[in-house]
Design a protein around this ligand. Structure first.
Ligand SMILES: O=C(O)c1ccc(O)c(O)c1
Length: 248
């Protein structure tokens, strides 16, 4: 990582090393070739509207929004699968907690199937599991949600490639135009090292930062395991974000 220090509104910003992020076109992950820009990028400075709004109304959160085990229940039946709590802290580049930020998550069910109209995998849908939720970080920057462990699933990239169990994350900033997106994996999963999407990341430490740790101290006894996944928004310890190709 580079250590270039830029003046920021409230101190210093550590500029992202652009070489750290995967190239836009990584042939082992075939669809990137079709998506990658064919022309050089134009830098568009943010305008006031992107910096200031619109914002998320925190009062809009429902009581089950962070409980994927129950938030799509049709008749009180809970979702099928390995029950777990996923939690963590959202931090800025100086390891300060980021409170009041909207974190969204979405995932496949325990069999590895998404509830999505374009989903083609043969694994069964769980009628009581939608696979998405959201939470707002507390005053110490912590989010948490309850869910079931997503299954691994195949995708046609190389004929028979498999995605490791993973959960997609989005974190909003002070306005909807400020959004970071990433994926979380599970400690100890051998599928991580066989995944063509993970393989686009050259830095083992970056992959490690996308890997949630099993946390036996925060389990719900006789109910749910716990995994911790911290998210660092930028700087030298930044989490790898899929949609953040440059900038700070
Ligand atoms: O970009 C894609 O093609 C792609 C395929 C499978 C995934 O699980 C995913 O997150 C992205």
């Amino acid at each position: 990582m580079s250590g270039i220090i830029l003046p920021g509104a409230d101190g210093v910003l550590y500029q992202r090393d652009r070489a750290w992020h995967p190239a836009a076109d990584t042939p082992g992950y075939k669809s990137t070739t079709f998506r990658a820009p064919k022309h050089s990028l134009l830098a568009l400075g943010p305008t006031k509207s992107e910096m200031t709004g619109p914002t998320f109304g925190h009062e809009k959160l429902g009581p089950l929004d962070n409980d994927l085990i129950r938030n799509f229940s049709q008749d009180g039946t809970e979702a099928i699968g390995q029950r777990m709590i996923v939690y963590g802290q959202v931090l800025d580049e100086n390891a300060r907690a980021v409170p009041g930020t909207l974190v969204e998550f979405w995932q496949a069910n325990a069999g590895g199937r998404y509830r999505h109209k374009k989903e083609a995998y043969l694994a069964a849908l769980d009628p009581n599991f939608a696979g998405f939720g959201r939470a707002v970080t507390d005053e110490n920057g912590f989010y948490s949600f309850r869910t079931v462990k997503p299954g691994a699933y195949p995708w046609p990239n190389g004929g028979n490639d498999w995605r490791p169990a993973h959960i997609h994350f989005s974190v909003f900033g002070h306005a909807f135009a400020q959004r970071l997106i990433t994926q979380m994996y599970f400690e100890g999963d051998p599928m991580i090292w066989q995944c063509p999407i993970v393989a686009t990341i050259n830095d083992k430490a970056a992959i490690d930062q996308l890997t949630a740790r099993l946390d036996r101290h925060n389990t719900t006894p006789m109910d749910a395991l716990a995994y911790r996944f911290d998210i660092v928004l930028r700087g030298r310890r930044s989490t790898m974000f899929e949609n953040k190709l440059e900038g700070n």
